[in-house]
Design a protein around this ligand. Structure first.
Ligand SMILES: [Fe+2]
Ligand SMILES: [Fe+2]
Length: 268
């Protein structure tokens, strides 16, 4: 049994400072073996914001992997955005957190940078990442679950219009054919477990969409994170959601998914 904690959209620089101790406490209680952070570590990609985000992740004391989101590239510094959009990301985030992959227990994590400096919000699943991950899927140990970590959602839930993630539909079909089981993404600041038992042109992919962990922008809700726990034949997903009154993240109803030869089934 392995526990993977999915954290996303920390937005350091515009974070709920009143929630950071509660978030760290909840993560300690959840006691994950590994943490995946699917982007928007910072609000404006400033060096001090990366420093705060990395310090927070380091204090959790768990192996972790992170990918950039659209907020992790400079917005107003057009020169930097166009010539070296990921320089601050590389300078601000240590190499082990920026790793392309991480294998811990039952989870084989593959990172993809979907942030696109040519667009404000929408993302792209790049051909070079699809090829790299396809090769990694082939060489990963046969047991366990193969997980894509990326900022932009593979598919937008109904009611959202942030722009499609370009190249995602055809890219994900190839990744699923190559053995991908699960995707973890953020960006929408919206919690949706298993949006995902959706059909691709190969077999279903379990898509986990987590809400923002800490973003303080007005109107934000759905603060929380997700805990994935393996069990024989499947994965259980527990959202840990903010109780605003108690200023505490609490586990909510568990959703169980079973993997069969035909793909994923949600257990009722
Ligand atoms: Fe975000
Ligand atoms: Fe985002």
């Amino acid at each position: 049994m392995t526990k993977l904690l999915h954290l996303t959209d920390l937005h350091f620089g515009a974070e709920r400072q009143d929630l950071t101790p509660a978030l760290a406490r909840a993560i300690a209680l959840a006691d994950p073996d590994v943490i995946a952070v699917s982007g928007d570590l910072t609000h404006r990609a400033r060096p001090e914001q990366f420093k705060a985000a990395v310090a927070f992740l380091r204090q959790l004391g768990r192996p972790a992997i992170a990918v950039p989101g659209n907020h992790d590239i400079p917005l107003w510094n057009l020169g930097l955005r166009l010539t070296a959009p990921f320089r601050r990301w590389r300078e601000g985030v240590p190499a082990d957190l920026r790793s392309d992959w991480l294998h811990i227990g039952d989870f084989h994590l593959f990172a993809a940078n979907t942030a696109d400096p040519m667009r404000i919000r929408s993302g792209i699943l790049r051909e070079k990442d699809i090829r790299r991950i396809c090769a990694g899927l082939v060489s990963a140990p046969p047991a366990g679950f193969r997980v894509l970590v990326c900022h932009h959602p593979i598919e937008e839930p109904p009611g959202f219009d942030r722009g499609e993630t370009r190249n995602a539909a055809q890219g994900i079909a190839r990744l699923v054919k190559g053995g991908l089981d699960i995707s973890l993404s953020g960006h929408l600041h919206h919690w949706q477990p298993g949006l995902g038992v959706t059909e691709t042109n190969t077999r279903p992919l379990l898509q986990i969409q987590s809400g923002t962990a800490l973003c303080a922008r007005p109107g934000e809700k759905n603060h929380g994170f997700a805990l994935l726990q393996t069990h024989p034949g499947g994965v259980s997903v527990t959202p840990w959601l903010l109780s605003e009154a108690e200023k505490r993240f609490c586990p909510a109803k568990v959703v169980n998914f079973r993997r069969s030869d035909a793909g994923w089934l949600q257990e009722r």
